[in-house]
Design a protein around this ligand. Structure first.
Ligand code: PAF
Length: 287
C-alpha cells in the first residue's frame, strides 16, 4: 500500500490483492464496507455519494478507473480528464477511507473474454447512440464489486439508466451488495454536475442550464395533463432553438423499469441526452 501526496495521506491501493487485504482486515474488525465507483475527475456530485456511503457503512472505498470498455473507439476515452492528485486531495476531506486506482491490466487480463449484457433496461435511451456503453459498465461494475466485495455501493441518479441497469444486474446475478442511489447535484443555475461539464466553452456553459430548465417545464406541462407526445416534441424544438444538436432523446419513461410511456402515469421519469458543441450532456428528473 502506498500513500498519496495529499495532506491527509488518504491511502491508495492499485491491486486487487491489496484492496482485498484491506477489506478483509476491516471485516475482521467487524466493520462494514461501502463502495463508490468513479472514473475520477471528481466533482461535488461524486463527493456527495461518498457522504451517502459513509452514512451506511463504517469504511468507504472509492475507485478511480477510466474504464476503456464503456467507450467506443470514436469517443473521448483518451481525452477523458485524469486528475488523480486533485481527486485524492478532494477525497481527503470526505469520509472516504481508501482509494482503489487500478490500471487497465489489473482490471482486464490480456485475453479477457467475458461479457455481461443486461437486456431490456439497457436498450434505447443512451444505448441508442452508445450501443457498447452498458455492456462496458455492467462488466466493469461487476468486476469492481467482486474485487471489493462491499456491503453497499452508491451510484448517482444523474445516470438514471445506468443506475437501473446496475440494480437489475446485481439482482439477476445475486451479487451480495445493496445498491443505493444519490440525488443529482446541480450548479446554482440547474446544470447537473458532471465531469464532462469541463469540456463546455464559456458560451456553451451559459446555454447548458436550458437542459434542466426544459425538463422542469416539460414535467410541469405533462403533469397538467397535456398530451405527452406533443409536449415532448415542443420541448425538443425549444432545445434545438437553444443550440442543442443533436438531441439524442427526450423521453418519458416509467421510473421503475424505463418502460416507454405515452400517457402520464407515475412514477415517471423524464430523461434527456443532447449535444452542445462537442459535449454530450444527460439529465433526468422525476415527474
Ligand atoms: O458513472 C460512472 O462514472 C461510470 O460509468 C462507472 C459506474 C464508474 C463505471 O465505470
Amino acid at each position: 500500500m502506498s500513500l498519496n501526496q495529499s495532506h491527509q495521506e488518504l491511502p491508495i491501493v492499485r491491486t486487487i490483492a491489496e484492496l482485498r487485504q484491506q477489506v478483509k482486515a476491516w471485516r475482521q474488525q467487524g466493520l462494514t464496507v461501502g463502495f463508490v465507483p468513479t472514473m475520477g475527475a471528481l466533482h461535488q456530485g461524486h463527493l456527495s455519494l461518498v457522504e451517502i456511503a459513509a452514512e451506511h457503512a463504517d469504511k468507504v472505498v472509492v475507485s478511480i478507473f477510466v474504464n476503456p470498455t464503456q467507450f467506443a473507439p470514436h469517443e473521448d476515452f483518451d481525452a477523458y480528464p485524469r486528475t488523480e492528485v486533485s481527486d485524492a486531495a478532494a477525497l481527503a476531506s470526505t469520509p472516504a477511507s481508501l482509494i482503489y486506482a487500478p490500471n487497465a491490466r489489473e482490471v482486464y487480463a490480456e485475453n479477457h473474454s467475458t461479457k455481461i449484457s443486461v437486456d431490456g433496461i439497457s436498450e434505447g435511451l443512451c444505448a441508442a447512440t452508445r450501443p457498447h456503453f452498458f455492456g462496458g459498465v455492467a462488466l466493469v461494475v461487476t468486476k469492481l464489486l467482486l474485487q471489493c466485495l462491499p456491503d453497499i455501493a452508491v451510484f448517482g441518479e444523474k445516470d438514471y439508466q445506468q443506475l437501473l441497469v446496475i440494480k437489475r444486474m446485481v439482482r439477476d446475478l445475486n451479487i451480495p451488495v445493496d445498491i443505493l442511489s444519490g440525488p443529482t447535484l446541480r450548479d446554482p443555475d440547474g446544470l447537473a454536475t458532471s465531469s464532462r461539464n469541463a469540456y463546455l466553452s464559456e458560451a456553451e456553459r451559459k446555454i447548458a442550464p436550458t437542459l434542466h430548465a426544459t425538463l422542469q417545464e416539460t414535467a410541469e406541462i405533462i403533469r397538467s395533463g397535456a398530451p405527452v407526445d406533443r409536449t415532448l416534441e415542443e420541448a425538443i424544438q425549444r432545445l434545438s432553438a437553444a443550440g442543442f444538436d443533436p438531441i439524442d432523446y427526450l423521453e418519458l419513461r416509467s421510473g421503475d423499469d424505463l418502460t416507454p410511456l405515452t400517457t402520464y402515469q407515475g412514477p415517471a421519469r423524464l430523461l434527456v441526452a443532447a449535444r452542445l458543441g462537442d459535449t454530450r450532456l444527460i439529465d433526468n428528473i422525476a415527474v
